[in-house]
Design a protein around this ligand. Structure first.
Ligand SMILES: NC(=O)c1ccc[n+]([C@@H]2O[C@H](COP(=O)([O-])OP(=O)(O)OC[C@H]3O[C@@H](n4cnc5c(N)ncnc54)[C@H](OP(=O)(O)O)[C@@H]3O)[C@@H](O)[C@H]2O)c1
Length: 312
């Protein structure tokens, strides 16, 4: 059983979700949290990962390290997205098993589900249709990670869970124009427009795709909740159960910052999947629910972004 004295290895602790997990474990007074930076351990290197895990012998592993990005990065760095993610997962999940780790959380994403899935998306819809082409390599890698955990649970009687969050946002997000997801990209575009006194922002596609957003602190909370929970399912959706269009999110950020900018839609750029609303009833039935409202989460995120960019 995992408790505050358990040794927990968090892989990817500098990322958006990994850093939220570290903050949450710290608040909850977990005393033995282990991290290692990418320069000291490339998680794609299975030999080195096995050596590391065999030495530290954690009670649990949370795998929040991955090659991650928005539509542009997913679509153009297709080789890196499939190779890095398959390699990181194979290394960390297999080495955890070999090192005797019984409890593991593997983070995936809602893009594993079919492009034209019935909504809201239940866990059982996995592999029931074609994937969205722009992020197919990433999704295939994540699906392989889920199947690895499912197979290891069955064959080796382990407690490896795969949490599939919707789009995340929060403190320490990535605002790089090429790599960022739609929400931090919107924040940057709007803040930059204010900073450089522009009247218009540009949005990829027609602004109509619906997206579900969850604060990274709530994903961190779900990781710790499900690490301690006995479940019969390996795959569990994590979300709020609510979505809005990209245009609505842009207007929300503008309202929050007290500006009204014109939106120009780049219709020659892809929309991505039109809707991917998760059915979160399984997580809810186990007693987990998101806590951070969009208003509160947006405020925390904007403060973090403005502070980091010293422009408030
Ligand atoms: N962001 C979202 O909207 C979202 C939504 C749903 C699910 N998720 C999932 O949550 C997980 C974490 O996502 P995130 O948004 O927190 O990503 P992130 O901010 O990009 O963080 C990923 C972390 O992984 C590390 N990493 C990447 N390649 C590595 C390697 N070869 N060896 C060691 N470390 C490596 C990165 O280290 P460096 O910083 O040193 O490169 C970084 O700390 C991913 O599995 C993702 O699929 C994310």
């Amino acid at each position: 059983m995992i408790n505050k004295n358990s040794k927990i290895f968090v892989a990817g602790h500098k990322g958006l979700i990994g850093s939220a997990i570290i903050r949450r474990l710290d608040i909850l007074n977990y005393k033995k949290v282990i991290t290692i930076s990418k320069k000291d351990l490339d998680l794609r290197d299975q030999k080195k990962v096995l050596k590391f895990l065999s030495k530290i012998k954690p009670d649990a592993v949370i795998l929040a390290a991955a090659k991650v990005g928005g539509i542009e990065a997913n679509n153009t760095l297709r080789g890196e997205f499939i190779y890095d993610n398959l390699s990181i997962q194979n290394s960390v999940i297999h080495s955890s098993y070999v090192a005797g780790v019984k409890n593991l959380i593997f983070l995936g994403s809602s893009c594993i589900y079919p492009k034209l899935s019935k909504q809201p998306i239940k866990e059982k819809y996995l592999l029931s249709g074609y994937l969205e082409k722009t992020n197919e390599p990433y999704a295939i890698a994540k699906i392989a990670g889920i199947k690895l955990c499912e197979s290891y649970n069955k064959q080796y009687n382990l407690n490896y869970k795969c949490l599939m969050p919707c789009n995340a946002y929060g403190i320490n997000d990535d605002y790089d124009p090429i790599k960022s997801h739609f929400f931090p990209a919107l924040i940057k575009k709007i803040v930059d427009a204010i900073k450089y006194r522009k009247e218009t922002i540009y949005i990829w596609g027609n602004g109509k795709p619906l997206r579900e957003l969850i604060c990274s602190d709530d994903i961190a909370d779900a990781c710790i909740f499900f690490l301690k929970k006995k479940t019969s399912e390996t795959l569990i959706n994590i979300g709020t159960g609510k979505d809005k269009s990209i245009t609505e999110y842009a207007k929300l950020i503008m309202d929050h910052l007290g500006v009204k900018l014109k939106i120009h839609y780049k219709n020659n750029k892809p929309n991505g999947t039109m809707r991917k609303l998760l059915d979160v009833s399984l997580a809810n039935n186990y007693g987990w629910r998101y806590k951070t409202t969009l208003k509160k989460g947006l405020s925390i995120t904007l403060n973090d972004y403005l502070e980091r960019n010293l422009i408030n």
